[in-house]
Design a protein around this ligand. Structure first.
Ligand SMILES: *Cc1c(COP(=O)(O)O)cnc(C)c1O
Length: 403
């Protein structure tokens, strides 16, 4: 069989997606309820119920359902008083949505490197950044930590540093719903936590987000800002600029059904991870994303790095071969301090010699298909492509050169 024939044959195989939506069936029931009661609006009983059910699940005192995770971050920053000329210390290794809302408010991000043990915000880099800011009398208005791919940041260390300087913490838990740190849910450590229900997240409402907090008064203000900042008057009166950020009652219904199966979804993603680890863990070239002791990741995406001299080449070969086999895989997030959008932004690296952990992860890493409905035989297809690429590399390293 020629290479083209092989490719053509593979093209016949159905596509395996990175993280497709996984409905339970009960979503339809809640949608019907919304239709029958005619609550087709960004307000209604499903919105209220979804908020209280999600708050109960996480252990937070309250929750505000919004149109996206990005909107939730925007509101959290605004509630902490972030505005023109302020700075926010933000994890660099993340999706752009973490940092964009800092700019919406006219503030500037300062990016913080990751640490090797969690891939999330380095407490060492954060400490250095805060010490410098304190000396310059320019402490940030907030610190924004992310639990990437479901893996928990080192919350004890991060919180200790934030508390020392009296800087409030926001957790971008968009990818980590259901992950725990010493038994406590992600998103409940900071003044605010945010979740996303975008189509590729562990549970989805097609699009949506949630802001959680123990500060129920602040959540009231979040709802006010999210509904155009409407004052308490019979006529439409506004003394403050707001947004149209509330979640639709239809989508909240979908969210309620998804939340009912969240624990099953976490278990399924963890099994996907375990199967990859069991079948591929023997390769010295591969290192799976670590899980900090005392934490449990929801393993939203199985992420790994390549450990060999030509790591980036091998990583790129894997991405190419997976794509040819009709399998969706992805490099890890490009650090935000490397993005053209944030050119010239200050960055604090984990190590004093200036080498950035998150840059290294970006160059060596990839994410594998990790959907909670991924069939064992489909996962086997992914595994076999990876095995064949690495095995070929061991015998003929020439074939790995990507032109
Ligand atoms: C998905 C995601 C967001 C944004 O959530 P949306 O609901 O898509 O706005 C923010 N941060 C991280 C880390 C994400 O993965």
């Amino acid at each position: 069989m020629t290479a083209q024939q092989a490719t053509a044959q593979q093209a016949q195989l159905h596509k395996i997606y990175l993280s497709p939506p996984h409905m339970s069936g009960n979503e339809q029931h809640y949608l019907n309820e919304a239709f029958h009661s005619n609550w087709i609006a960004p307000v209604g009983p499903h919105v209220d119920a979804f908020e209280s059910e999600l708050a109960a699940y996480t252990g937070a005192k309250g929750a505000a359902a919004v149109s996206s995770g990005t909107a939730a971050i925007h509101l959290a920053l605004q509630l902490l008083g972030v505005g023109e000329g302020d700075t926010v210390f933000c994890q660099s290794f993340t999706f752009v949505a973490t940092a964009n809302p800092i700019r919406y408010l006219g503030a500037d991000p300062v990016f913080i490197d990751s640490e090797p043990g969690t891939w999330n915000m380095s407490p060492l880099a954060l400490r250095r950044a805060l010490a410098e800011a304190a000396a310059a009398h320019s402490l940030p208005k907030a610190v924004l930590v992310v639990h990437l791919y479901g893996g928990m940041a080192d919350m004890e260390e991060i919180m200790a540093v934030c508390n020392q300087y009296g800087v409030p913490l926001i957790e971008d838990a968009a990818e980590s719903l259901g992950s725990t740190y010493r038994g406590r849910q992600s998103g409940t450590f900071g003044q605010f936590g945010i979740f996303s229900f975008n189509g590729n997240k562990i549970i989805t409402t097609s699009g949506g987000g949630m802001l959680i907090s123990d500060d129920t008064e602040a959540l009231g203000r979040a709802r006010f800002l999210a509904t155009q900042g409407r004052d308490n008057a019979r006529h439409y009166q506004h003394s403050q600029m707001g947004y149209n950020y509330r979640m639709s009652n239809l989508l909240a219904g979908v969210g309620r059904a998804q939340l009912e199966v969240l624990n099953e979804r976490v278990a399924a993603r963890r099994s996907v991870f375990r199967r990859y680890e069991e079948t591929l863990g023997g390769y010295a070239e591969l290192a799976f994303m670590p899980e900090l002791p005392g934490t449990s990741s929801n393993r939203w995406l199985t992420a790994l790095t390549i450990q060999c001299a030509e790591a980036e080449q091998l990583r790129d070969s894997l991405l190419i071969e997976l794509e040819l086999a009709n399998i969706e895989a992805r490099p890890l997030w490009k650090p935000l301090h490397l993005q053209p959008l944030f050119q010239g932004t200050k960055f604090y690296s984990h190590s004093l010699d200036g080498r950035a952990v998150c840059e290294d992860l970006f160059h060596r890493g990839l994410c594998l298909p990790s959907g909670s409905a991924l069939k064992v035989e489909d996962q086997q297809r992914v595994i076999e492509v990876i095995q064949s690429v690495i095995d070929a590399a061991a015998y003929s390293p020439q074939s790995l050169i990507v032109s």
